[in-house]
Design a protein around this ligand. Structure first.
Ligand SMILES: *Cc1c(COP(=O)(O)O)cnc(C)c1O
Length: 423
């Protein structure tokens, strides 16, 4: 039995059926922006393995960071111990993120970073004498992860809340911002958010959202003015702001963090994905002295402590990944990705199956008028020598920052191959 036969019978893949799974392709190795399959074919990567592999695969400096740490210690508990990589990474994150975000919690993954953020907000209010503030406010079209708390703030439709009725906390949902990125705020676009804040002020612990770029919930880019307005409304209502930058962080939108487009500083910030350059799973939740001191002012402790907290291998590779990013000309690289995708994806605007084309930073999206047949489109893309993974009615790309112009052209051309499978 070859690998993919065993895989098909025994192993779940993301969001797939165990009885009728989508096909998988067996990876042999990868280097730079190229993924080599076991049958020898080579694919140009347009997904950065879901936002994370920003520096490319098999990077010598990241490999060296893992090897160096491996020779010292691969893991040690964080209860009672600390170590160089954890401190080094925290120091970098404090420097990179806007003040006053300077308290850092490390966890296993993005979803857990979101759970920790939610717990921080809830514990803050109960410790400061407002235990009624238990609910979260969010916007439709969001994606915050797959654990139960995170799922409760994902879009109720695309997040399939109906499957979990009764098991998820019932949160408050404002509409998805209508105003597109780069546009001044449309009149009325913040009204429903404001109404919910007015009506439920004493129940709401925090507004949680993905700043500017909504990722897996629909790849929507909304106005920075909207975000600035929402941040202002939070302040006026004494509601905390949680920014989930797990996808948008580390330069992907053209700013180091997407919040910077609006000059907004959240009370709590969630990071993950590109944090380790895609080498392994790691999440971080940052907050301010006000929140940290609120939680612990009356002797309280933050009630979270995963087994692999601040894992030395993960924090060591993340530390190196942050240095690589900051030492690289990431701004000009992302700007170049943006202009090339704007130019080359524009040709699909008039395609009969295309509803919208949008580009922001290193993210290019072609939205189709109906659902893309994933297995068929995927086969055509692989045959064209590229790796894109459409979902729903979205064909999109967020390639590693190090991709070359000619390789990016192959990706943008591949969108046509995927569209052809829909004809
Ligand atoms: C991917 C993602 C998460 C979840 O991260 P995992 O590491 O998959 O648990 C949360 N929020 C956003 C915005 C994401 O893109």
């Amino acid at each position: 039995m070859d690998l993919s036969d065993f895989d098909r019978q025994h192993i779940w893949h993301p969001y797939t059926s165990m009885t009728d799974p989508l096909p998988t392709y067996t990876v042999e190795s990868a280097r730079g922006v190229r993924i080599r399959l076991s049958d020898g074919r080579e694919l140009i990567d347009g997904m950065s393995s879901w936002w994370s592999v920003i520096h490319g695969y098999n990077h010598p400096a990241l490999n060296e960071a893992v090897r160096g740490q491996l020779a010292r210690v691969a893991h040690v508990m964080f209860g009672g111990f600390t170590h160089g990589p954890a401190v080094g990474l925290a120091r970098r994150l404090v420097e990179m993120t806007p003040a006053p975000l300077d308290r850092v919690f490390f966890s296993d993954s993005g979803s857990v970073a979101v759970e920790v953020a939610i717990k921080m907000a809830l514990q803050y209010w109960s410790a400061t004498g407002r235990p009624g503030r238990r609910r979260l406010l969010t916007i439709r079209g969001g994606y915050h992860g797959d654990t139960l708390g995170a799922m409760s703030v994902c879009d109720p439709v695309s997040g399939m809340h109906s499957l979990f009725t009764g098991a998820l906390p019932r949160q408050l949902f404002a509409p998805r911002p209508r105003t597109r990125f780069g546009q001044p705020l449309e009149a009325g676009d913040l009204d429903q958010l404001e109404q919910l804040l007015d009506q439920h002020q004493e129940e709401i612990a925090a507004l949680i959202l993905e700043p500017v770029v909504q990722g897996a919930g629909g790849m929507w880019f909304y106005s920075a003015d909207w975000l600035a307005g929402a941040a202002q409304l939070c302040r006026a209502h004494d509601v905390l702001l949680i920014a989930d930058e797990i996808a948008s962080g580390f330069g992907r939108t053209g700013r180091l963090f997407a919040c910077e487009h609006a000059g907004a500083v959240p009370d709590i910030l969630c990071l993950g994905k590109a944090l380790t350059g895609g080498y392994m799973s790691l999440g971080a939740t940052l907050t301010t002295p006000r929140i940290a001191e609120g939680i612990s002012g009356a002797g309280g402790v933050l009630m979270h402590g995963p087994t692999f907290m601040a894992n030395p291998l993960a924090t060591a590779v993340a530390e190196r990944s942050m240095d690589l990013l900051l030492e690289s000309p990431w701004q000009s690289r992302v700007r170049a990705l943006q202009s090339q995708m704007e130019l080359e994806l524009a040709r699909y605007r008039d395609h009969p199956l295309v509803a919208d084309v949008r580009v922001l930073g290193g993210i290019g999206v072609v939205e189709t008028t109906r659902t893309v047949p994933v297995a068929r489109a995927q086969r055509a893309l692989v045959e064209a020598g590229i790796w894109l993974r459409p979902f729903g009615s979205l064909i999109y790309m967020m390639p590693p920052y190090v991709i070359e112009a000619a390789e990016l052209s192959r990706l943008t051309a591949g969108v046509g191959a995927a569209l052809d499978t829909m004809l």
